[in-house]
Design a protein around this ligand. Structure first.
Ligand code: KG4
Ligand code: ZN
Length: 331
């Protein structure tokens, strides 16, 4: 089944053509990062306007680079939420209208399920059940994944998401947006043992996260070392990153051992972080777990992951009516 996926939940306009929920025929992602960069974060009103400009060319490009004709699309999957309402509405309204015009089924997709599905677009996907650590700009949580539709949330952040913490620390250091990749690159040049920031395990036997205390520690460190902090930015970045990575890797492996799952995955924008990939792989190997991480292009927001969820939803009868609406949060 050939599915057109559409994703506009935040600041990426994305469209993708995927065959049978796993084979990517095309994946086009148009990022607005440059537009939001001067503001240090996503400006919702600007984001929705840019989605409106980009949606038609991005969908056209996804269809042409897949080498198919429009009439070959059998269904449409589109992000329904969570995300920015104005941004979601652009993709969602477009998808409904396009499915209606083409007279094909369509389905709304949960963005978080999309990230969890990104590993099914890679060779050698994990068998069920497995544990998935979802780390993005808006969410951080650990899921027990028992099927394509069965996902149990074991724990999540009580305050900032991991990616949000990267973004905020980057802003504090005057490094710009989006902060994750900037901090990740700078950290490679720093020494993670020079500054020992706290590890926020909260409860070592639980799966909730908190990153706001760590963020405050970095801010305090900058204040108390105001005269010299600019000279040691790579060490600050490396120390902060190591604190986040330690907690994420520990909780992921603890969840896997508790649930007796051999297979684990890390997904979402922060899964692109080199140090997180390296540490989790090392820890997983040492404890006999098999780690699955999508290629970097599939860690950030994309529409192929949305098409993958849509495929499994549609073959199980999850076709939707035109009266459906978007949602900003998971209730
Ligand atoms: O999944 P995503 O593209 O969008 C959301 O659903 O939120 O994740 C974006 C987040 C941003 O906070 C960004 O700073 C972070 O992922 N990120 C990274 C890296 N690349 C992107 N964080 C750490 N290291 C990276 N290399
Ligand atoms: Zn995302």
């Amino acid at each position: 089944m050939i599915i057109l996926g559409i994703e506009t939940s935040c600041d990426e306009t994305a469209a993708s053509v995927v065959s049978d929920g796993s084979k990517i025929l095309s994946s086009v992602v148009s990022s607005q990062a440059e537009i939001h960069s001067p503001y240090g974060g996503v400006v919702p009103e600007l984001a929705s306007r840019k989605h409106m400009e980009a949606i038609v060319p991005v969908v056209r490009k996804a269809i042409s680079s897949a080498g198919i004709e429009t009439k070959q699309i059998e269904a449409i999957a589109v992000t329904q939420g969570p995300g920015l309402i104005g941004s979601l509405l652009v993709g969602f309204s477009f998808a409904k209208a396009y499915a209606f015009a083409l007279n094909i089924p369509w389905t709304g997709v949960n963005h978080l399920q999309g990230h969890i599905h990104s590993v099914f677009l890679e060779p050698d996907p994990p068998p069920f059940p497995f544990i998935s650590l979802l780390v993005s700009g808006g969410h951080t949580g650990i899921y027990y994944v028992s099927s394509h539709t069965g996902m149990e949330l074991m724990g999540q952040t009580r305050d900032d998401a991991a990616g949000e913490a990267f973004d905020k620390v980057s802003k504090m250091l005057g490094l710009g947006y989006p902060g994750g990749s900037i901090i990740g690159k700078l950290a490679e040049k720093g020494d993670p043992t020079k500054i020992n920031f706290p590890r926020a395990y909260i409860d070592k036997s639980g799966f909730d996260f908190s990153f706001s205390g760590l963020k405050t520690s970095v801010s305090r460190f900058i204040q108390t070392n105001y005269n010299r902090y600019k000279e040691i930015i790579p060490d600050i970045a490396a120390g902060f990153q190591e604190s986040v990575v330690d907690v994420l890797s520990y909780k992921l492996l603890y969840a896997a051992s508790l649930k007796k799952c051999e297979h684990i995955s890390i997904v979402g924008g922060v899964a692109a972080n080199g140090r997180l990939r390296e540490k989790a792989e090392k820890d997983a190997c040492a404890s006999g777990f098999k780690l699955h991480v999508p290629s970097v292009a599939l860690c950030g927001d994309n529409a192929a992951m949305i098409a993958s969820v849509g495929y499994h939803s549609i073959i199980n009868g999850g076709i939707q009516d035109l009266d459906q609406d978007v949602f900003s949060r998971v209730i």
